[in-house]
Design a protein around this ligand. Structure first.
Ligand code: ADP
Ligand code: MG
Length: 326
């Protein structure tokens, strides 16, 4: 069990940002309206995620730190219809194997909750405590017991960059959730949580960029594509400018990014990318998200149809703004 956790940890817990991704996904899965994230020293000293979601039942808390104890899959069939972000039940045990973890959680407003402390997979405390509704996860001294892994960490600034990417993507994916993010006590991001994607873009990329974006809103029998994409005059040098979500989950997908760029075709200078946030919604049976442990890769069952849909949706959005004659 211990060894299995350490092995799994190698897959799930590559660096502070991968821990943060799992913690935020859990907060989102718990139906939170508010997620507060803080980090110290690029997340290597401390990562903290506090939410106001469903909380964890006192008797389930220890279970949550055991392998494959996910509450999110109840039958084999569910594997093909995954609506939540996490579904393997591997994240928490993996994290607890390579760090000092404190979890405080309550499932209601009674003020009573449970506190659990685990260090390198060993339970230190499991007792009742005062807690507001929701969950607070604190991960300290990441990789303190795996020095080989610690050696691979880059500078604080690099790790912070990865942490920011994770928070930005989750914030872009869920404009209905109010996110804050601070590092070493400095507030780096605050989103309003009112459902307005343009305001999230403004908080991350600046008001000017947010204003210069075109709404995308397209529906077919199989797909819905909603989001914002930049006017061709507003481009970036980095392909990270393109954020693609599938059913609210951040993915890396050429099947969406390529037709997007194709729609801009002659409008984009070489090696420039339009700042874009697109959420592609479809029935979960049309997409396989269970391809990669980090869950970034997806496979679509009707890829050609999808590509055509994305290209025409973007062309239509651009033509509304008269960039492409319709
Ligand atoms: P998974 O997300 O794949 O189910 P995790 O290891 O990430 O597995 O989490 C294990 C379980 O702990 C979850 O299924 C959930 O029941 C519970 N849990 C973890 N974080 C939270 C949270 N922030 N709020 C409520 N429940 C949580
Ligand atoms: Mg999870």
């Amino acid at each position: 069990e211990h060894l299995a956790n350490q092995i799994a940890a190698g897959e799930v817990v590559e660096r502070p940002a991968s821990v943060l991704k799992e913690l935020i996904e859990n907060a989102v899965d718990a139906g939170s309206t508010r997620v507060d994230v803080s980090a110290e020293e690029g997340g290597l000293n401390l990562l903290r995620v506090a939410d106001d979601g469903s909380g964890i039942q006192p008797d389930d808390m220890l279970l949550a730190f055991q392998r494959h104890a996910t509450s999110k899959i109840s039958s084999g069939k569910d594997l093909f219809q995954i609506a939540t972000l996490g579904f393997r039940g591997e994240a928490l045990p993996s994290i607890a194997a390579v760090a000092k973890v404190k979890c405080v959680s309550a499932t209601d407003d009674s003020g009573l909750g449970r506190l659990l402390e685990i260090e390198g997979g060993n339970m230190l405390a499991n007792r009742d405590t005062n807690a507001p509704k929701g969950t607070e996860m604190v991960v300290k001294d990441l990789f303190y017991n795996t020095p080989a892994r610690l050696k691979y960490m880059k500078t604080i600034q690099t790790e912070l960059g990865h942490l920011s990417d994770v928070v930005y993507r989750q914030a872009l994916a869920r404009p209905d959730i109010a996110f804050t993010f601070s590092h070493n006590g400095n507030l780096l991001l605050r989103t309003p949580g009112n459902g307005d994607l343009r305001q999230v873009v403004a908080a991350i990329y600046g008001t000017a960029s947010a204003k210069a974006m075109i709404a995308v809103n397209e529906e077919s029998p199989d797909y819905t594509l909603i989001g914002l994409t930049a006017m061709p005059t507003e481009t970036r040098a980095n392909r990270n400018a393109v954020t693609v979500l599938v059913n609210g989950r951040y993915v890396r997908s050429q099947a969406v990014a390529q037709p997007l760029l194709q729609a801009y075709h002659t409008l984009l200078p070489l090696h420039r990318y339009p700042l874009t946030v697109l959420d592609l919604k479809m029935h979960p049976t049309l997409v396989d998200v269970n391809v990669h442990p980090a869950k970034l890769e997806v496979r679509f069952s009707k890829e050609n149809e999808l590509r055509a849909f994305v290209e025409s949706a973007i062309k239509k959005a651009l033509s509304t703004e008269a960039y492409i004659p319709s």
